[in-house]
Design a protein around this ligand. Sequence first.
Ligand code: MG
Length: 250
Amino acid sequence: MSVIIKSPHEIELMRKAGRVVAAVLQTMAAAVRPGLKTRELDEICVKELRKYNAIPSFKGYRGFPANLCVSVNDEIVHGIPGNRVLQEGDIVSLDVGAIVNGLHGDAAITIGVGEISPEAQKLLEVTKGALMAGIAVAYPGNRLGDISAEIQAYVESRGFSVVREYTGHGIGYSMHEDPLIPNFGRRGHGILLAKGMTFALEPMANIGGWQTKVSSDNWTVLTADGSLSAHFEHDIAITDKGALILSEMD
Ligand code: MG
């Protein structure tokens, strides 16, 4: 395993890619409503990416057929946009990757379609909270396992489970660089965090068990027990002052 340390200039370029991803997510989120087909989100996604002269990084990745991953309800990640119609009460995860000047941005949000149940609302809040809790312990001198353990503890202490078979990852010149960043782990274990490391943290949390299955389309990952799942992702850079979030608007 080799973790690629980024210079301040490279981090500034990644911040640009991250801003694009954040802007595209915001535009798609504003379009989500009951009656919308998920492929209409893909159309918005590619149009917005073009506006920023960004290259969609998911399209063609290991044969993935779209620019965007859309995962609804019990779908965890890697859902393919298509003719599915969003319904009032659904929760939908939008995951976008963009390449700007050769550097990658990759981020995800989960939002409700119209009015959602209190339990679904709690799942969204807990999953986002877990991401922010992981980010809060991502600073030099801590270890990778401190991030993983923080995310796991945040989710499990609130009664939900964290997905184990899919993880966060390093990011930069490739969408997936070393290291893998599980959303469960042990404090004090794993590599030492150092200035210039750039990660995509992405907790996936389920109301039921953590086990997953892959649909017959060979992409969409679902909860094995059919329970709801949420997913939030940010890119961060480790700095002397802690984590700098790359994938947010100014
Ligand atoms: Mg990712």
